[in-house]
Ligand binder design. Structure first.
Ligand SMILES: Nc1ncnc2c1ncn2[C@@H]1O[C@H](COP(=O)(O)OP(=O)(O)OP(=O)(O)O)[C@@H](O)[C@H]1O
Ligand SMILES: [Mg+2]
Length: 379
């Protein structure tokens, strides 16, 4: 439109022999417009697009065009005096429960949502800084995933923390949708698919069809509550108090959702509840199965709830295709078998179950124009 206008003015100026004053002004405007377009295009090309799976247990960072660049525990160690970040991720996790008074090591996410805003923001700034480097030219666009069941206030907190941490534009996507995309499910097809994402702090079950979530339910029960169930069991049955990391180690090494054919055992140490002294015991996998049964049933209850609310056409699709499981806790031994037994629908764990959410978020970030309707944004 602008070029056409300039050409017309130029033509009339030549015909009438007048100085094409207006033409010069328009030409200058056109140069400005060109500079503006080039600027936007350069920014878009140089602006990094980052996808972050800000999980209760682990934070994963994916950069469009590059892939996964960080996978660290969601733990931050800060100085008690001036709240300066001392360590993030693996290094900070080693400090959990072992810090002197001058240091505080904590998990800023709880049950899938932000529990400590300041620390979460500091952690996001650390990860964004890791991607863009010290001499950043343009601030990046960042997409974070949140549980589908989180409140508007929790969503706003996630957007605000992302912008405060240095993002130019902040985007949010629902975790089950991201998990389904990352698991390779053809979410845009007109047929129903069920994804169950079981992480550290929350479990979500969703039926997806035509690129959107049709039915979903979530519960703030997942890996951490399974660890707590093991701790409770050891306290009640063996009078032994163990830390979070020991409980997680027991779960990962010998835990099973159903009875195993070959019994496994592990020696663990803790503090005696009665005498207060350190003590070691050996526990068996069948004990762990008993200890975690109630918690697993709470998670399975969510899946059953979604199946009950699923429209019949989509339910038929799900029976055909089965349930896809993602998230770290879905890799608990025999969890897929227990879910199949309890629901009557075949369930299987997605490949790279711990990476599905970040991979899906990364795919959406790389094709943001296509997914605009599925994300929430702020700048
Ligand atoms: N082999 C395993 N067996 C059982 N549990 C496991 C195994 N590997 C990892 N986990 C558990 O998976 C959980 C972490 O999974 P994931 O990284 O998907 O959670 P998250 O995304 O951080 O949490 P959320 O999505 O709830 O915010 C932890 O509770 C961890 O103990
Ligand atoms: Mg997760």
């Amino acid at each position: 439109m602008m070029i056409l206008f300039s050409t017309v003015r130029c033509f009339t100026a030549n015909l009438t022999g007048h100085r094409p004053v207006r033409y010069e002004i328009i030409l200058r405007d056109w140069d400005l417009l060109k500079a503006y377009i080039v600027n936007i295009m350069t920014q878009n090309m140089l602006r990094k697009r980052i996808a972050i799976d800000l999980g209760t247990a682990n934070t994963l960072v994916w950069v469009a065009g590059e892939g996964l660049i960080a996978n660290e525990p969601t733990v931050v160690a800060i100085s008690a005096e001036d709240s300066k970040v001392i360590a993030v991720g693996e290094e900070a996790k080693l400090m959990l429960g072992r810090t002197p008074e001058a240091l505080i090591a904590s998990r800023p996410m709880r049950e899938g949502v932000i529990a400590d805003y300041q620390v979460t923001e500091a952690m996001l700034r650390y990860f964004i800084g890791k991607v863009v480097g010290r001499f950043q030219l343009f601030r990046p666009d960042v997409m974070i995933c949140v549980p589908a069941g989180c409140t508007q206030v929790e969503r706003r907190a996630a957007l605000d923390a992302t912008l405060a941490a240095g993002a130019a534009h902040a985007y949010l996507i629902d975790e089950p949708l991201a998990a389904a995309i990352g698991a390779g499910i053809p979410v845009s097809a007109p047929s129903g698919h069920m994804i169950v994402d079981i992480g550290g702090g929350s479990s979500e079950a969703a039926v997806i069809s035509l690129g959107g979530v049709v039915v979903h339910k979530s519960v703030r029960v997942a890996g951490n509550k399974i660890d707590e169930a093991i701790q409770d069991y050891l306290k009640k049955k063996h009078n032994l108090i163990v830390g979070d990391q020991t409980a997680e180690e027991i779960k990962i090494k010998i835990g099973s959702a159903t009875k195993v054919a070959k019994e496994e055992k592990i020696e663990i140490s803790g503090r005696d509840l009665v005498f207060g002294l350190p003590r070691s015991i050996v526990i068996l996998s069948k004990e762990v199965t008993v200890a975690i049964q109630g918690t697993l049933m709470q998670i399975i209850g969510v899946v059953k709830g979604v199946l009950e609310d699923t429209p019949p056409e989509l339910a038929a699709d799900i029976i055909d295709k089965g349930i896809v499981m993602s998230g770290g806790t879905s890799t608990l031994k025999n969890f897929d078998r227990l879910l199949t037994e309890e629901t009557g629908v075949p369930a299987h764990v997605a490949e790279d179950a711990l990476l599905c959410v970040v991979r899906g978020t990364g795919i959406v970030m790389e094709n943001i124009e296509l997914w605009k309707r599925s994300v929430m944004t702020r700048r």
